[in-house]
Design a protein around this ligand. Sequence first.
Ligand code: RRO
Length: 335
Amino acid sequence: VDIGCHLAGLHLSSCILNASGPRTNTEQQLLEIARSSAGAVCSKSATLEERSGNDQPRYTEIQLGDRTSSINSEGLPNKGFAAYTEASLLRRLRESAEPAGKPYILSISGLSLQENLRMLDLLLESGSVEHLSAVEVNVACPNVPGKPLVGYDFPQFEAVLKEISAHPVFTANPTLALGFKLPPYLDAPLFDAVAGMLNPLAKSKGGVLGYVVCCNTLGSALAVDVETETTVLHPKGGFGGLGGPVVRYLAMGNVSHFRSRLDESIHVVGCGGVCTGEDAFAHILCGATAVQVATQHRVEGPTCFYRIAEELKDLMRRKGYKRLEDFRGKLKVRG
Ligand code: RRO
């Protein structure tokens, strides 16, 4: 069976890849993903300058049975844009990639539209762009003090979508894919409104938008320690982004809602609570082209990509499916 996929013009030998965030900060961590069975390597969201992130404690795990969810308020710790685009990192990623040609996705999360545009300007000027497969713009970080989530502020979101997708780095490099990492939405009119902003940017309409990721963590989660009667996390009054199996149902709902509303040329990447091959299968059934793994990658390490891929293949064999197209988006509503 073949679990490869074509995502926004990129070929992934496995549809299971890492999400931006966990274990994506350092060169060593990115190289480990390159050597793993992950179908692509996705960086930590970059800002123009290096950031150390919020004060500790800023991450906690929630155990339900044998499954681990998480709440984080990392605050965008990253090595800075230059570190994720420097020629030596990109060369080492190419040399380590197994199989060769594994795509490298740069995630960016500037603290303003200007900062995102500035990073795209630098990319356009740099020789690195030819070795980069995609830029994934994160409009959904819930953890930077004083910065409301762009994906929930529709007037601002629309301006961001328009200006970023009009950036010459994408017209000058037609094979460079553009994706947006979205926050979770919770009501049908919101899916309609966001799809209405995304569809005019589709390649079939002459635009450059290749994919969206559904979704980033669910913000405003609060972990409480009953013994100390305090919050578990310190930053931002203890609030953080909820991820892992507890948000999988919400993530799959977002995948399905967007798949049914978006132009076919805009792919949907599922992200939320994928721990097993069955979880990946369910996301794909909802319409996901590929599936990202975040909390489980943090908990288990990069061997998770091999395990999940093998579990997905076993399940497909049992069902008689040979490729993802045999079941992608074919979820039936129960009669
Ligand atoms: O670094 C973070 O606090 C963070 C980011 Br940028 C994000 O997009 N999502 C998240 O849960 N945490």
